[in-house]
Each structure stands twice: as C-alpha cells, then as structure tokens.
Design a binder for this molecule. Structure first.
Ligand code: FMN
Length: 303
C-alpha cells in the first residue's frame, strides 16, 4: 500500500481525491453509495450569500467525451449551509472545502466572513462568476478583478484560501500570479470551458442559457497543460481538475504539478469514480514501487 496522504496549505488529506464543486452537492446522495470517509476531501456546491435557483432548464447537454452545463449557482445560501449542511459534513473525517461565489467582491467577502467561526477546513473561492459591478466580466478573466476579489476575501477570512481559476483566458498564469500576490494560499483549476451546442432541427441552442461550461474527458489535456503552466508560475500549491476519470489521469495531473485532484463530471457516469480512482492510484504507485504519492507531484521531466 503506497502512502496516498498529501498536505495542502497545512491541511492533511488522507488521499488526494476530492469530488469537485457542483457534482457532489453537500454529500448526502453519495453517502448511500460509499462511505464519504474514503475521500480525501469534498468541495461543496458553490454557495452564495442568498439562496439562488440557478438557470432555466434545459441546463445540461451531452458532448463528445464530456458535457455542457449551465446549472448556474443553484444553492440554498450560506446561512443554510452553515446551519444545516456543514455540521453533517464535518462529522465525516474528510477535508471540507467550502466553495463560495458572489456577484461582487463584497458579497464574496461576506460569504467568507460567515464561515470564519465554523470548523470548515478551507475556502475555495470560485472567481468564474460575472461581477455585476464591472458589467458582467467574470472576476477570473481579468487580473485586476481577480486580485481585487482575492484581496477582499483574504481580509475576511483566516482560513486557507484556495482561489479557483477560470480556463477562459489567454494566459492563466497571469491570473494565478495576481491572486497569489493578494494572499491566496493555493489555486485550483480548471473550471469549465465556455461552449455551445445547437439543435439543428429547431435551430435553438440546446441550453436555455445558450452557452455553458464544458467539462469531462474532452478537457483533460487542457487541464494538464494549465496545471503544469500554473505550477511553474506560482509558489503556492495547485489543486488540479478537469476531465479526470481514472487513477492514471489523477497521477498525470499530479505529475504536471497538482498537489491534490478534484473529480467532476466523471462522477455522473460512475458515482463510484472517486473511490475507484483512489484504488487505481494506489495500484499504479505499487506497480512502480513508489512509496508515497507526494513523490510524483511535479515530477514531469519536460523535454
Ligand atoms: C453540473 C456542474 C456544476 C458545477 N458547479 C460548480 C460550482 O458550483 N462551483 C464551481 O467552482 N465549479 C463548478 N463546476 C465545475 C467543476 O467543479 C469542475 O471545475 C469542472 O467541471 C472541471 O472538472 P471535470 O471535467 O472533472 O468535471 C461544476 C461542474 C458541473 C459539471
């Protein structure tokens, strides 16, 4: 048995595998499928200051090797999360990353502040949502906005702060450096890539929102590339995700520089995916006589 434990921002994970935000809700549905204790961590559904109903359906579309979603940030609001969801999750002996979002930097900071007196382990700040104060430009697509929201959330929390980056940019390393300079303790990436499908019989986009976020196997090489670029650009840990569906994928993302790995869309095709991935990582490491998964973080040997 290889040692699968990792440490990110001073927080110990028993293994590096974390269901990604938005595919695992607050864990209840999966508790019936496998014990949540098997996981390294759980990234909870993106939570905002007030309850949101999300976008109008249809909000899911199939794509070759992946899916498009435009769920939007459907969630019950941070007070509900703190009172009703977090106590349950904190019993599970897994690291809880509370994924938060907001329409302004102030709203994000207020959400983070509401977690300050809880025992949640980490905050994952999703900066892919549009900033209403700046005409809807997503925080994560401009260095100045990414820096500003990180600065305000940093002031509001003493918890380890992971900033989740958008891949819908020309140079993700600039955004990573901007959030690092304002006090992010780690970055996670990638969020979904903007895509679109059209029903050619009706001429209408398949998603009611017209466009949505692409995730799943199709985005995996992009995630590997961006994790590698960001890991080489910043001095804080990187949590990788995007299209991971096997233990070998997770190992590859860690070789690119990820200290831990989130699993998103793969859970929809196989709800056991996170547990299988943990077992497959162990098998791979054993087959190579590697005693600790930490040895492979950033181990890629570029040409
Ligand atoms: C249905 C769905 C909902 C999502 N909701 C969120 C969310 O609330 N917050 C967030 O930061 N990312 C959200 N994501 C993005 C995922 O956490 C992840 O970054 C992305 O899907 C890439 O990983 P994957 O290819 O393994 O799915 C969502 C993804 C999907 C498929």
């Amino acid at each position: 048995m290889a040692d699968l434990s990792v440490n990110v921002c001073g927080i110990d994970f028993k293994n590096p595998i974390i269901p990604a935000s938005g595919v695992f809700g607050y864990g209840h549905e999966y508790e019936e499928i496998f014990p949540l204790e098997k996981l390294g961590g759980i990234a909870t559904k993106g939570t905002t200051l007030h309850r949101r109903t999300g976008n109008i359906s249809p909000r899911i579309a199939e794509t070759p090797s992946g899916m498009l979603n435009s769920v939007g940030l459907q969630n019950p609001g941070i007070d509900h999360f703190v009172e009703k969801e977090l106590p349950y999750l904190l019993q599970k002996n897994v690291v809880i990353l509370a994924n938060i979002a907001g329409s302004t930097a102030e709203e994000c900071a207020e959400v983070a502040q509401k977690l300050e007196n809880t025992d949640v382990h980490m905050i994952e700040l999703n900066i892919s949502c549009p900033n209403v104060k700046h005409g809807g430009a997503a925080f994560g697509t401009r260095c100045d906005l990414a820096a500003e929201v990180t600065k305000q959330v940093r002031k509001a929390t003493s918890k380890p702060l992971v900033v989740k980056l958008s891949p819908n940019v020309t140079d993700i390393t600039e955004i990573a450096r901007a959030v690092e300079s304002e006090g992010a303790d780690a970055v996670s990436l990638i969020n979904t890539l903007l895509g679109m499908r059209i029903n050619i019989n009706t001429g209408r986009p398949i998603l009611h929102n017209n466009v949505g976020g692409l995730s799943g196997g199709a985005v995996f090489p992009i995630a590997v590339r961006m994790v590698w670029q960001v890991a080489n650009a910043v001095n804080i840990p990187v949590i990788g995700m995007g299209g991971v569906s096997s233990g070998k994928d997770a190992i590859e993302l860690m070789m690119a520089g990820a200290s831990a790995v989130q699993v998103g869309a793969a859970i929809f095709t196989d709800p056991y995916a996170p547990v299988k991935i943990i077992d497959e990582m162990n098998d791979f490491l054993d087959s190579k006589n590697i005693s600790s998964v930490r040895e492979i973080i950033g181990a890629v040997k570029p040409w």
